[in-house]
Design a protein around this ligand. Sequence first.
Ligand SMILES: NC(=O)NCCC(=O)O
Ligand SMILES: [Zn+2]
Length: 609
Amino acid sequence: NQFCEAGIGYGDSECGIASSSSSKILIKGGTVVNAHHLEVADVYVEDGIIAVVKPNIKVGDDVTVLDATGKFVMPGEASLHNWVYNSIELVVAWLVEVAFGSDGEIANSFHRNDFKQMIAIVRSGTMLSIPPSLKVEPTFLPSKGFSLQQGEDIILGGIDPHTHLAMEFMGTVTIDDFFSGQAAALAGGTTMHIDFVIPVNGSLSAGFETYLGKAKRSCMDYGFHMAITKWDETVSKEMEIMVKEKGINSFKFFLAYKGSLMINDELLLEGFKKCKSLGALAMVHAENGDAVFEGQKRMIELGITGPEGHALSRPPVLEGEATARAIRLAGFVNTPLYIVHVMSIDAMEEIAEARKSGQRVIGEPVASGLVLDDSGLWDPDFTTAAKQELASLSLSLNYFLFFIICLFVMSPPIRAPGHGKALQAGLSTGILQLVGTDHCAFNSTQKAFGIDDFRKIPNGVNGIEERMHLVWDTMVESGQISVTDYVRLTSTECARIFNIYPRKGAILPGSDADIIILNPNSSFEISATSHHSRSDTNVFEGRRGKGKVEVTISGGRVVWENGQLKVAPGSGNYVEMPPFGYLFGGIDKADAEYLSSLRAPVKRFKATT
Ligand SMILES: NC(=O)NCCC(=O)O
Ligand SMILES: [Zn+2]
């Protein structure tokens, strides 16, 4: 039903089952964009797979035809089924949430906001009418050598390499689960994401099973990375099982979050060695956790307990230090390294140096780090905008300001103006390789855990729904990157790094039919009142830009069209990712060359007396 499909259901019992019938789709007249090439062509999809990409495909009447003339078609996926709108169910669920979730004035105030959003979603719900199907004529088989025309566009569905759905973190759980987070993703043109499994009491297998359970309500394809939070023989053996039997080919090490997820350099080295032997990619959250801990103490001693203390306690230099350390240790082991959420010039410069010297280091900026800055924390005019909202929500000014500022709390912090622009330049010049989100959303009630102490504000911001629009507007519209670069940075490079290309990340015959149609002449506006995340806030609130994802096709089914989502829990699939991706090519040769260059051990003869 619509309640479920809008991503705001609270239990399986309320949610409908996705249609399992396959569909045939022809996307007509768009500009098909791959990372390597752009062409005006039609795309014919059957049984969830791209079957033909060529101009002027003729089809029969059992095929759904989508007109993409004047638009870009890029990698994405869709699921057709009827959905029923039930506002009573929605309001009851909201009342339950208020009854069980209210904790004081702040919580209740923001539940009122929840309600406003829910009503807005309910009011906007309508059924999608699907155009009559047309039959495919057997003469239209994959072919090469057709001529290009000017003017229309189709684009690959985005892949988000970095999300945290249903994650237990800092005493709470992220507000978006695998259903609501993925519904939001699809509405924004992302058709696959890779989430981080957190081990349960250090057990990788238990963590994996737990996350498979969380992902049961998935409505699009997803893969897993896995965090390593301790080290012993069991962890080492389990890493092997994860890679060889469970489809995981990347492990993340946290150098921050002292006392919880953080590991030390000894463990990092063991982890890097193991990753290398398995052909698995090592990933690092790069901040010096010991120094952050010291910085936090310093802030509290200075009486700085508000959210600005978060940024002040973990400055860019601590991100730069940890990035440099991780890079050097990965270089020492000679294994490829992926730095997640690069937020500062300091970290980016370390990556640039390493890449210049030939080291295999991948840098991932995230949507928030690229387009936001920390000025909201310091700008005196900021209160003006806040007061206007305040009037409509009848909140106290202090609480309202506090929430707005808390929203921006993530780690590493969103930096001062200048860092984001530099990260954009890093992306356009190849220093950084792909864009993620680190979608780790909380609602205002959860952010309020840190009302008296910034160290208790759950770290994380949204982005899974906004990334494709923000990168298009910020990077393509401004002329910093081309349309093919856009596909590379938001989809193809992720698929290549995690070794699932060209099944994902390409519009080619045989690839999964994960496709979006993006209209470059349309525009978007971001707001918590219209987004599909369960959060009652949006860190990009009020942002407008050009370029709109008008259609999302996931696994060959239209899931987003005319501003309506048509998804159901349980329709998404786990994508296994094999080890030894392209980053591992030649590592063995480099090792052999290193060994042969040692001229050691030196043979020494003991002097006889
Ligand atoms: N980044 C953040 O603030 N939250 C998510 C956990 C992490 O990736 O560090
Ligand atoms: Zn992180």
